[in-house]
Design a protein around this ligand. Sequence first.
Ligand SMILES: Cc1ncc(C[n+]2csc(CCOP(=O)(O)OP(=O)(O)O)c2C)c(N)n1
Ligand SMILES: [Mg+2]
Length: 246
Amino acid sequence: MNYKDYVKWERMPSTWCPGCAIGTIFKSLAYTLEKLSVPREELVVVSGIGCSGRAAGYFDGDSVHTTHGRAVAVAEGIKRGNPALKVIVFSGDGDLVGIGGNHFLHTSRRDVDLTVVCVNNGIYGMTGGQMAPTTPPGEKTLTSPRGTAFAPINIQAIATAGPRHFYARASVYQVNHLQQALREAIEWPGFAFVDVMAFCLENFGRRLAFKSGHEMLFKVKADFKINPAPAGRLADNELGVVKHGH
Ligand SMILES: Cc1ncc(C[n+]2csc(CCOP(=O)(O)OP(=O)(O)O)c2C)c(N)n1
Ligand SMILES: [Mg+2]
């Protein structure tokens, strides 16, 4: 299989804004599926609602575009119904750890064999740029014009709380690392969460005076460094894979 065989080309161009990096994550996942020779008939991609959530409709295989926040719950049902399937969730930070946070807590606790790819742009992008649980402290958004007063949710701490866990932090700039993390996550025989540091130009960055996706991409580059062999949890500015137990 070629990576292009996983894409519904008749749906292109995508709805994603020019300069957005969701496409980089989408393509990286398609490349990884090619590398792992995942048969299309064994693949199911599940998304919630949001810009990132549009991805399910662009994969040429079985896919479900669920309601907002329910992607992980639907994916768990599919996996329990047919454990032979490779079930991959591709959705946004708001969808997965905001409204869908309860499913994240419990599906990770049950160590269900899923791969969850989180496009973490720190914002509710699709709906205009409201503050999310992932918004960095002090950051100005549509709903926090003086800067958010709250600490962001610690995704890594939740994903690594159980005795068996897989948490990867990757970014849309370090693409080889992202693809390696996706590969390890898909091969991991339990709940694997890939937290991809991304950005939203139109509904977040422009309010912070960013002028292009390119500028935002280089902010990601400056903010994160790869730790190839983390001893424990990753520091806030580190990318890497933290796994244990299988
Ligand atoms: C039950 C429900 N509540 C709220 C909404 C409105 N809504 C649509 S997308 C979205 C947030 C999406 O944010 P995120 O998951 O981070 O995706 P992004 O657009 O940033 O990729 C919200 C609040 C909805 N569709 N359904
Ligand atoms: Mg988002």
